[in-house]
Design a protein around this ligand. Structure first.
Ligand code: F6R
Length: 606
């Protein structure tokens, strides 16, 4: 949702700024731009397109200067045009800014500036700030005060970085409700929306909190509080991610790499310290009611949680989509909400946290990005340790969150005496087998899944169905398919089919069924009935099955054969196979897999 980057260095920065933009591109890729202070004045180049496309035209590397800011955009206010791209100049060309977030009172501020003769050249909410600071500078006479006075007038969410002709060795940056981090190196300092921007250069990071601003030079930085403008000292953390995990490592796309990361990320999820799992599990006991909340993929993670708590703990834990949570749930202090977020920055999830906190509810979260806003806002947070997820669509982060949820649900089950400690402990072996099975399936079935995708990628309409825990798995798999192929894939409970959607089934409709092995007989039998319903209308059916299950194999037009081990964790194996199926379908269609159209990772606006 827009990426901002700024570098102050002892040497020319255009190449490094370009690299940081490429590293941030998953946050938005409609357009991008750069501003550098070049001895006497600031020059700006910007245009529409991906970073590589814009660079081909604007030739960023030929820009001079040792201090600069850059931006990659995901349009919110104003269309995808060169004038709406960032950076934005003030009218007198003395201030240049880049912004992530939404300035909600920009129309009012702009109207006021227009009456004073300011002109606006874009449709963005952002440009108002560059002129506001010009005005404040005319009154205050120094940049820092002008910057703070201008910020005081803003409402909404923002991470802003600014450079100015008046103080050409300094980057000014501020954060409220949009992420901002500082990277520290020898003679080079970075400011960015996230650590991915500069992780190849330094791991020494400072996470800014809301209402903090920073003045960064090549060999120095000062962090201050907006409220009193006093300097503060903040801890420098060493981020554990490294350059290699942030790179593609020989895979053709990040999505494929991240799908193949999963045996490893599942093992990391199994090494979450026990006390962290127990602390969150205890909240399910202490509070009268708990909810699981996420949005998009993480909502489906939360839904998986509903089934796990029901199965292992005999407890109904409703799952709610974060965007609906504030209007739907009358929260109170006897409740507990467990949130899921890969980025830790999602606006809808943050608003759902705010609603719970305002009502005095207990909050906890499972988050991937260390130092992210959500991790700081909740009472207790588990960092899932999945490493950077660069592809816009979430794969490995979601599966790891499900594994962590599994562990929490088992612990709640033990605390509620719904299952024995022995049953819970036996899962440790099952999880180990599971991570081996993922490895086996990825290595052995990839070719088969790729072939199947090449036979079916011309199909425009899909139904993805499952029952019980296989239902949220079907929903998440359908979301993956939509995101990367742009094909219509509708996820629904298999039992729901005959209540309406069956009307759409004919020989052109393909259905993908997620279902357990035969040993889980009730769920298996009832899903089989839905498969029969589709077959009776000449619909085509793809389904998961084991090698041994002749009964279902006879019914299926295409089979997705998976190893018949570990029945409890079979839904997750099927999800991983479905991730691969979506990937290969999109590959066959020649689409932009890591950056699907209209989407951005880290949706920090409402
Ligand atoms: C889908 C996807 C999105 C995110 C959602 C929440 O592949 O990635 O649906 O899951 O935007 O994002 P996080 O997990 O960062 O809170």
């Amino acid at each position: 949702m827009c990426g901002i980057s700024a570098i102050a260095s002892h040497k020319p920065v255009s190449d490094q700024l370009l690299m940081t933009l490429q590293n941030l591109e998953y946050r938005g890729y409609d357009s991008c731009g750069m501003a550098l202070f070049d001895d006497e004045k600031i020059s700006v180049r910007k245009n529409v397109g991906s970073v590589d496309e814009v660079n081909a035209v604007e030739k960023f590397s030929t820009m001079n200067g040792t201090l600069g800011i850059a931006h990659t955009r995901w349009a919110t206010h104003g269309g995808v045009t060169q004038s709406n791209s960032h950076p934005h100049f003030s009218n007198d060309n003395n201030f240049v800014i880049v912004h992530n977030g939404i300035i909600s009172n920009y129309q009012q501020l702009q109207a006021n500036l227009v009456t004073k003769g300011y002109k606006f050249f874009s449709d963005t909410d952002t440009e108002v700030f560059s002129n506001l600071i010009q005005e404040e500078y005319e009154a205050a006479g120094d940049v820092e005060n002008a910057f703070c006075n201008a910020i005081d007038k803003l409402e909404g969410s923002f991470a802003i970085a600014m450079i100015t002709n008046y103080q050409p060795d300094t980057i000014f940056a501020v954060k409220k409700d949009s992420p901002l981090v500082i990277g520290i190196n020898d003679g080079v300092n970075y400011v960015s929306s996230d650590i991915n921007a500069f992780i190849s250069e330094t791991r020494d990071t400072i996470i800014l909190d809301d209402f903090e601003y920073v003045m960064v030079k090549k060999d120095d930085y000062k962090i201050k509080k907006l409220e009193n403008r006093n300097e503060i000292t903040k801890q420098v953390i060493q981020v554990q991610w490294d350059r290699q995990t942030a790179q593609m490592g020989g895979f053709s796309h990040y999505m494929l790499k991240e799908i193949f990361d999963q045996p490893h990320t599942v093992r990391s999820a199994l090494h979450i310290p026990r006390d962290q799992i127990n602390t969150i599990a205890q909240k399910f006991i202490d509070k009268e009611q708990s909810f699981c909340v996420g949005v998009g993929t993480t909502y489906y993670v939360a839904m998986v949680g509903t089934y796990l708590f029901s199965d292992y703990a005999g407890l109904y834990v409703p799952s709610i989509s974060a965007d609906e949570f504030p209007t739907l749930i009358p929260v109170n202090d006897k409740q507990h909400v467990l949130y899921f977020s890969q980025s830790g920055e999602t606006y809808d999830t943050r608003m759902a946290i705010r609603a719970a906190k305002n009502a005095g509810a207990a909050t906890s979260a499972v988050v991937n990005v260390v130092g992210s806003s959500i991790s700081q806002e909740v009472d207790d947070c588990i960092f899932q340790g999945s490493g950077p997820e660069i592809c816009v669509v979430s794969t490995k982060a979601a599966v790891s969150q499900m594994i962590i949820l599994w562990q929490i649900a088992l612990e709640v089950g033990v605390l509620r005496k719904h299952i024995s400690r022995k049953t819970a402990d036996e899962f440790q072996d099952k999880f180990q087998i599971f991570s081996d099975t993922i490895e086996q399936v990825l290595n052995e079935e990839s070719g088969f899944i790729r072939n199947l995708a090449s036979q079916t990628s011309h199909i425009n309409n899909w139904l993805f169905m499952g029952k019980g825990i296989y239902y949220p798995i079907a929903l998440e798999s359908a979301l993956k398919m939509k995101e990367v192929t742009y094909l219509h894939a509708e996820g629904l409970p298999a039992g729901f089919l005959k209540h309406g959607t069956l009307a759409m089934v004919d020989e052109n409709m393909y259905s993908l069924f997620f279902l357990p092995f035969k040993s889980d007989s009730d769920l298996y039998r009832s899903t089989l009935m839905s498969i029969e319903e589709v077959k009776a209308r000449n619909g085509k059916v793809i389904g998961f099955c084991s090698e041994e299950d002749e009964e279902i194999r006879k019914l299926l037009d295409h089979q997705l054969i998976i190893p018949a081990s570990n029945p409890e964790l079979t839904p997750l194996i099927q999800l991983i196979v479905a991730q691969l199926f979506s990937y290969y379908s999109a590959l066959n269609l020649g689409l932009n897999i890591d950056k699907p159209r209209n989407l951005a990772k880290s949706v920090t606006v409402g």
